[in-house]
Design a binder for this molecule. Structure first.
Ligand code: DC
Length: 232
């Protein structure tokens, strides 16, 4: 599919509501670049762990800020066509999805200087448009001029149930209550932090997929494109 103009698509919203799955699908359909901005925060958390900048589960913030210029993040396509995250030329994709990074990343994403550093990189990645980026502050801070801003959400219980089913299918023994608690905690942290909290941009289109399947989402987006005269 081809849009009338090359644009930027910002996908923000709550955790575990399928932002990256949908953002990837959109990029594929439009032949756009997909950037997972959360992976960049995760890469910084991984750097902190690897470089002994974590003490008793807390980041040595001053030291991390000093070392920011040594942190080089880029993405590279694997043979399946998926983008993988590289930190200083090392493929860290597998490491950044694990528990250690997941536990630390929200602390990393609160640091103003880290955000400024990553936002600049993200803006450079979008300078030629033709990009779909997902995160928490893409439509509000990174690309306030984005032509399409999606704000994705779903009821916490629905998100927790999806996550629970995923983990059970992988043979990981968890309780639904603990997953729901984690979803609610992450919502609270994302929406209440001082630096760039998750807020819905005024001009964002809300996609609440509580009662939708993944297949329902693309036709929904095509209507959005039509309403904004981006396709004929
Ligand atoms: O989407 P994710 O779970 O991979 O994001 C990881 C963390 O980074 C999460 O704590 C939210 C934060 N984040 C952010 O603050 N800003 C973004 N643009 C993307 C992610």
């Amino acid at each position: 599919m081809k849009l009338n103009n090359q644009i930027i698509i910002a996908v923000d919203g709550h955790s575990s509501c399928g932002k990256s799955t949908f953002a990837k699908q959109i990029a594929q359909k439009l032949n756009y670049i997909y950037i997972d901005s959360g992976a960049m925060y995760r890469a910084v958390a991984y750097y902190a762990i690897k470089n002994n900048l974590v003490q008793e589960k807390h980041i040595l913030v001053e030291e991390l800020i000093k070392q920011l210029p040594d942190i080089h993040i880029r993405f590279q396509r694997n043979p399946d066509g998926d983008l993988e995250t590289l930190l200083n030329n090392e493929n860290i994709e597998e490491h950044i999805r694990g528990v250690a990074v997941s536990e630390l990343v929200s602390e990393v994403s609160k640091i103003k200087e880290v955000r400024a550093y990553l936002v600049k990189l993200q803006q450079e990645m979008g300078q030629h448009k033709g990009i779909v980026m997902d995160g928490r502050d893409i439509g509000t801070v990174v690309f306030p001029e984005a032509e399409i801003k999606l704000f994705m959400t779903a009821q916490p219980e629905v998100r927790a149930k999806r996550r629970y089913d995923e983990l059970i299918a992988k043979g990981i023994d968890v309780s639904f209550e603990s997953i729901l608690k984690n979803v609610l905690e992450r919502d609270y942290n994302d929406s209440n932090r001082k630096e760039s909290p998750l807020i819905q941009a005024e001009d964002a289109v809300v996609l609440d997929n509580s009662n939708m399947t993944i297949e329902d989402q693309m036709p929904w987006l095509l209507d959005v494109f039509k309403n904004k005269n981006l396709i004929d």
